[in-house]
Design a protein. Structure first.
Length: 319
């Protein structure tokens, strides 16, 4: 099985679909005697050669301080260049120089080999159309009926193909936080692509500049923040309890970590100038008896700044 070599000696990095094949084979032969880790592409810290021996991301003061010392400064242009390029090792630290050729080849390999191994897909063209429809909906609440309609397939087929994308670590569904006592909360998951470069390629953004200025600018930034936070946990061998929050009155918080029975909310903003009103959405959590701990707003500011006594503006490169 072909793999992309990591820059750290003796390590290897697998694509999501390759991981699925390896995990399936390992679990059949070494059940109970192996640890399985989900490895995505390079994190921003790995790409920019920053410290990796830090705790997984949480918007808590002690963790932010630890990460701040080795954070990279990401301005608007550099941030979207990283987002547009994606995180595959071959592109960020390997031999691949032509980004479009790399993703074209990756898709062809994924469609012709891995998808056929995972399920019976009668039409590669239909599956590619489905992939593009999913990419266009990153960071949005999942509506299977609309997704199936745009891909010109049945809802049952859309469900089956979505499970393939999840199993091969192309996408992840972020579940909403809800309890039986809070019936006003929505229960529909949000869809996120796990590589922003592949997502941008599938949605036909020809450059980082057009992506930044286009209609998907906010959604792709939110997707990037989600994947970076997820990598900080997964690559440390840990699984975060993370959700999103939205009630039927339209109040929404992008990400909601639950740690030690406390909420740690996170919002994402595409701005270089933090504002105090950014902390307002977090007050929606006051309805819960457990209360909420420190929260953060990830944005393009250059240094951490307090927005309230419990909310901090967090530079994108600090994640």
């Amino acid at each position: 099985m072909a793999v992309d070599a990591d820059r750290k000696a003796g390590m290897f990095w697998l694509t999501g679909s390759q991981q699925f094949q390896m995990m399936r084979g390992v679990s059949e032969t070494l059940a109970g005697r192996v640890a399985v880790m989900n490895l995505l592409g390079f994190s921003g810290r790995e790409r920019h050669r920053r410290r990796l021996d830090v705790q997984p991301f949480l918007p808590a003061p002690e963790r932010l301080k630890e990460r701040e010392a080795s954070a990279v400064t990401l301005g608007l242009k550099k941030a979207y260049q990283d987002i547009w390029l994606g995180s595959f090792p071959a592109l960020t630290a390997g031999p691949a120089k032509d980004r479009d050729l790399f993703y074209s080849s990756y898709l062809q390999t994924y469609l012709q080999r891995d998808v056929k191994d995972l399920a019976q897909v009668g039409s590669e063209a239909s599956f590619l159309r489905f992939l593009k429809a999913c990419a266009a909906r990153t960071a949005q609440m999942l509506n299977l009926t609309e997704l199936a309609r745009d891909a010109d397939i049945s809802v049952n087929t859309a469900k089956n193909w979505l499970s393939i994308l999840q199993a091969s670590l192309q996408v992840r569904l972020l579940q909403p936080y809800h309890t039986s006592a809070t019936k006003r909360l929505v229960k529909t998951p949000k869809l996120y692509f796990l590589d922003t470069g592949l997502c941008a390629y599938l949605t036909d953004w020809s450059s980082a500049a057009t992506l930044e200025a286009g209609a998907m600018s906010g959604a792709i930034l939110e997707t990037y923040v989600f994947t970076e936070m997820l990598k900080s946990w997964w690559h440390a061998g840990k699984m975060p309890q993370v959700y999103y929050y939205r009630d039927k009155e339209g109040k929404e918080i992008d990400f909601l970590f639950v740690q030690d029975q406390m909420f740690h909310p996170v919002e994402v903003r595409k701005s270089t100038s933090p504002r105090r009103e950014w902390a307002t959405p977090f007050t929606a959590l006051d309805r819960f008896k457990r209360g909420w701990a420190e929260g953060g707003v990830v944005c393009l500011c250059r240094e951490m700044l307090p927005l309230s006594d419990k909310v901090t503006a967090i530079p994108l490169g600090l994640i």
